[in-house]
Design a binder for this molecule. Sequence first.
Ligand code: ZN
Length: 147
Amino acid sequence: MEKQECFYCAQDKKMTSLMIKIAQLSTSTLYLNRDQTHRGRCIIAFNKHIKELYHLSEVQLCEFMKDVAKAAQIINKTFQPDKINYSIYGDLVSHLHFHLVPKYKGAPEWGEAFINSPASKRELTNIEYDRIVTDIQANLQKKDVID
Ligand SMILES: [Zn+2]
């Protein structure tokens, strides 16, 4: 996939049909995945069209991983999952991004890999999405978060 056909770069309707922007971080952007099968599921995408982690400079890699850790910390604070799963696939959308998926004991796929694109997604109302985004944004402002 080239930059021209990448929805993370285009910031187009395809992208907004899948996710909602939460915040700009140091080197990346945090989004709420509209599929909330796993409550609090987010995506964190690097701000440039980079395909692989090893294409980043050492400084970029460090900064990006700090953003990932910060996002995971915020997800943990907001939703109190039992574990957060981190995944990078990118076969079809090669713009560097992690899926950050909170997992809960007794809930779907606990103890196994989560299904990236489930046949039936759990979508919320706009009010529910707004509430989650607002909660995450509020927690990002708190001082006890990695900086
Ligand atoms: Zn891109």
